[in-house]
Design a binder for this molecule. Structure first.
Ligand SMILES: NC(=O)C1=CN([C@@H]2O[C@H](COP(=O)(O)OP(=O)(O)OC[C@H]3O[C@@H](n4cnc5c(N)ncnc54)[C@H](O)[C@@H]3O)[C@@H](O)[C@H]2O)C=CC1
Ligand SMILES: O=C([O-])CC(=O)C(=O)O
Length: 339
């Protein structure tokens, strides 16, 4: 499974607990569905649900990769019965659910805002909510898919049209903003984070996230500058994570450049919006994809990088250019020296 951030784990645990508190069904053992269960959020979230002893039945639904995730999660030694469902199994996954959590959809890449996801995720959420309205209309709904500020209203209107809307049962998951505000406030003021509370109101995007540090406890007087910085960091917390995760994409790009896999290089560059002209697209030793492709004689990758504007002579930490790391004469060396 991919590993979740600690803050994200806290967020989902709290959201799920709220979901249960507002749940319609009574008695032990709730049926929970995670839609988008095979994704970066879906997998650790599914694990948390499997570890929650209020859950007796856990439906893991995704359009791809569900069998592996369901097998993995089902091995956890807790009582919830796990079943994986692929794209044809949505109705069955939802039937009788008390709580449905939706992390399905595309995530941001560096440079994108959450609103940039609207075109794709609005349709995904609407389709899933229609199925919920049909197969488990009484369930509590937690929406994680971004932009939460828009996907929640879409869910509300979808259920309203179907005549099954209950305002007590739909929640956009924004707990992560509270988690971040508490962490940053405690860090800045040298407080034990377990004693800290910071209310956050508003939405889940940029300036719509409003941490109320004036209401935080324990109370600490902070300068206007510190207050502004904490507010901004809380509002930009998601962007901080999205950007940090792009580092992994660069590492993958460097690997596929070194093995001459042009198809995967292009896929990663496109998916993550990586800028191969940017000097920061490199590893710790400042080796660029061109350094690695040249060193391994990956002609097609070298040619493609050069044709797409990569600098010909960047120097790595050891002051070597791609031509210099290419040992001996070869087509790659000739290509580099002619540019
Ligand atoms: N509200 C919040 O605090 C947070 C929200 N998010 C949002 O959660 C969403 C998911 O993020 P990640 O898990 O990182 O993305 P991901 O790409 O790793 O996973 C998304 C999953 O959704 C699945 N999917 C796509 N269309 C589907 C459909 N029609 N039905 C069922 N599954 C479908 C994909 O197959 C994939 O497994 C994004 O929109 C992201 O912005 C992410 C972090 C925090
Ligand atoms: O920022 C994003 O795209 C994901 C998210 O909602 C968060 O981490 O708060």
């Amino acid at each position: 499974m991919s590993s979740p951030s600690a803050s994200a784990l806290t967020k989902w645990a709290v959201a799920a607990a709220r979901g249960f508190a507002a749940g319609a069904a009574s008695g032990p053992g709730r049926k929970v569905a995670v839609l988008g269960a095979a994704g970066g959020i879906g997998q650790p979230l599914s694990m948390l649900m499997k570890m929650n002893n209020q859950v007796s039945s856990l439906s893991l639904y995704d359009i791809a990769g569900t069998p592996g995730v369901a097998a993995d999660i089902s091995h956890v030694n807790t009582k919830a019965q796990v079943k994986g469902y692929d794209k044809d199994g949505l109705a069955e996954a939802l039937r009788g659910c008390d709580l449905v959590i939706i992390p399905a959809g595309v995530p941001r890449k560096p440079g994108m805002t959450r609103d940039d996801l609207f075109k794709i995720n609005a349709g995904i959420v609407q389709g899933l909510v229609e199925a919920i309205g049909k197969h488990c209309p009484g369930a509590v709904l937690n929406i994680i898919s971004n932009p939460v500020n828009s996907t929640v209203p879409i869910a509300v209107e979808t259920l309203r049209k179907m005549g099954v809307y209950d305002k007590r049962k739909i929640m956009g998951v924004t707990t992560l903003d509270v988690v971040r505000a508490k962490t940053f406030y405690a860090e800045k003021n040298g407080l034990d984070v377990s004693t800290v509370d910071v209310p956050v109101v508003g939405g889940h995007a940029g300036v719509t996230i409003l941490p109320l540090f004036s209401q935080a406890t324990p109370k600490v007087t902070m300068s206007a500058e510190v207050l502004d910085a904490l507010t901004k960091r809380t509002q930009d917390g998601g962007t901080e994570v999205v950007q940090a995760k792009a580092g992994k994409a660069i590492t993958e790009l460097l690997f596929f450049a070194s093995v001459g896999d042009l198809y995967r290089c292009k896929k990663i560059i496109h998916a993550w919006g990586l800028n191969i002209k940017d000097a920061s697209c490199c590893d710790y030793d400042r080796r660029t994809p061109l350094h690695l492709a040249a060193a391994e004689g990956a002609f097609s990758v070298v040619l493609w990088l050069l044709d797409h504007g990569t600098e010909v002579n960047p120097v790595d930490r050891f002051k070597r250019t791609p031509l210099e790391v290419r040992q001996g004469g070869s087509a790659v060396a000739l290509l580099l020296s002619l540019r």
